[in-house]
Design a binder for this molecule. Sequence first.
Ligand code: 475
Length: 842
Amino acid sequence: VEASIPEPQREAWLKNQASGFKGKDQFEKEVVRHVETTLARSMFNCDETAAYAATSLAFRDRLVIEWNRTQQRQTFADSKRVYYLSLEFLMGRALDNAMLNIGEKEVAKSGLSELGFRVEDIIQQEHDAALGNGGLGRLAACFLDSLASLNFPAWGYGLRYRYGIFKQEIIDGYQVEVPDYWLDFNPWEFPRHDVTVDIQFYGNVNKTTDDSGKVTAHWEGGETVRAVAYDVPIPGYATPSTNNLRLWSSQAASGEFDFQKFNSGDYESSVGDQQRAETISAVLYPNDNLDRGKELRLKQQYFWVAASLYDIVRRFKKSKRPWREFPDQVAIQLNDTHPTLAIVELQRILIDLEGLDWDDAWNIVQQTFSYTNHTVLPEALEKWSVGLVQHLLPRHLQIIYDINLFFLQMVERNFPKDREMLSRVSIIEESQPKMVRMAYLAIVGSHKVNGVAELHSDLIRTTIFKDFVTIFGPDKFVNVTNGITPRRWLHQANPGLSSLIASKAGDPEHYLKDLTLLNKIELSVNDPAFRKAWAEVKLANKQRLADYIKSTTGIVVSPKALFDVQVKRIHEYKRQQMNIFGVIFRYLKLKSMSPEERKKVLPRVSIFGGKAAPGYWMAKQIIHLINSVGSVVNNDPDIGDALKVIFLEDYNVSKAEIIIPASDISEHISTAGTEASGTSNMKFVLNGGLIIGTCDGANIEITREIGEENIFLFGNLAEDVDDLRHKNTYGDHKIDPSLDKVFNVIQSGTFGNAQDFQGMVSAVREHGDFYLVSDDFHSYLETQELVDKSYADQELWITKCITSVARMGFFSSDRCINEYAEEIWNVEPLQPDTNNGVGKGE
Ligand code: 475
């Protein structure tokens, strides 16, 4: 049945178009209406939770109207769309962002105040949407913000996990994981019970031959799980464009439960079927930069990829265009290898269901997909055992083998002399058991492959994907340096700094859309009033964090101290262990001083935050050591304010918004060549903090932009890492004397049972120091001393900070998205004012 309203009746619809609130009075009216009718409460029982709900619903109404218009406009224009496939979207809170992007935060502030609430308190009622682990997931969220803000027709596709990343509690110094059930009340999602796709698993493949001799494969049997769409509106900043994030939820395909089983008394197993189906989208895997090869994870991947492709293909088919035009209409970006099965699934749809020839289909596939690599760590590169793929997705395995066969035949033709090349580049690793190398499949099925910072892109070209550069030529491999959205990471997180910048760089609506305009503040670097105001903003942000630290840990820190921050996932390659060893060294030095000497030192607060994957034993040991050092140092009467060690529990997006603006120095100290880019490094500098870091990831581009006089770089270079590792393992491995001292103190039991920290110590002393903690330790300590000295000269310090912020324009995710659009997707924005016959008043 046709769902659209016939012409004669449309006038009534247009006359009654929803509009959402305009101005403060209507905002208040809408909030009260939602409290009284949607929530069925009243002014006599409206707490902050209810006020949050009603405010969100009022804003949601506004959002939905523009969202519908944007979708109509995009459908009508029928231009090329981008589909960003990511298993993770680390969105954080939505209300503040909606207020800001719509441009009605002031209205909300005064309206809520008249109704008896403070807007900041209301914003804080919201639970973070934490559907991601770390950098990769947050990057996807920043990209959605930029795509909408730049008016690109773009959809995100992901999974609607019932449980996001676990909540972290620190109990007796140990990490404890608590489930994150976040869907209790989520006004930002719209269930689309009419948008469903039945997804097949297991079964077997039969081939039939028609009269012309053409063979067709049929994937039959197995089990089916239903994917249900949940849509989340993504508002652009200072534009009506509002894009869609579609998250799939899994359900039993057969309805509520199996009545036959139920009636025959087998109640438990009928419910069991339903629960098994729901398990697919139940929980986000909590590993960052690690692949664990679990069957359920592969099920998640195929479930999400198959539902998304069905949706994309359904939309394309409505246009009645020939298949060869598919890549003119559709660009699909693979966020790491997690969605690589999409390549195989599209090929399957085209050859098995749509009847295209292999070559025609494969051309379409390659032109459609592109792949972003986020890591060179071998333990993070995805591989699936052939047996598991065969069992779960028998037809896909056949297609993977065919893709590999044709690819290897091409390689053999072009490089007949290099026999070993074939086994090196084969998508199938001939190991025991055989494995499918997902990165290789992603490369072969894409037209572009990108790294996320220059060094990282160079490394993938010269190391892990070297042979593929030889085979496909250098143009297939490009760099797109990561970026961050300045809306959330400057304006929203640091309103004080944003308005100070506005006093020099002009209207936020301009510089938040063209971040290079930040360079205007450099003209005021010597303006005393500006500098004074700058220092006041930083102090206020530090006070805000000090208050937060007091309220969550009970520890009092002075906002006058140097705040030294390392917040990110806990990982050996990120080297939080080096940081805490450095803190211990500082503690020992303070202990050796006289009280008079100690009074002269610059006080420092070392702040840590980050989650360890639940199964990552060494990362948990690092957390335990940080907390143990904290309880010794913070309670040592000799030390007082000279040093405090803080571990902030449950680091997430909304906490980052408080922590980042308050840092003086932040640590980005990965072993050179291991951190693909890093994005928090950009956030810290943009917020007027300096960096101590290694020559790794985007630290290198940050240095180039802001000048090497404004960053504290140290440590060995990526090009020397292999040799150093070799020496540490096979040569005479002498560990740094300062580090040795630190180890001896740990082993003497100063921070509790030495046995608890033995793993961290012996990794360096006895197991080859793979992350080069000892090799870099001396340089690290020296550079930390330089940080202290530099901070003592506040005038010079402030100059460095202002200059750095002024030069950070490059790191906007808007720049980054424009590069993807031009170099990889070949898509154009769709301006909201080019009405295309739909939208307002049509
Ligand atoms: C890099 N996550 C950062 C960031 O490009 C970089 C891997 C496997 C399974 C689950 N999660 C992952 C990552 O690999 C990841 O987050 N990578 C990060 O991507 C954005 O800035 O350097 O480590």
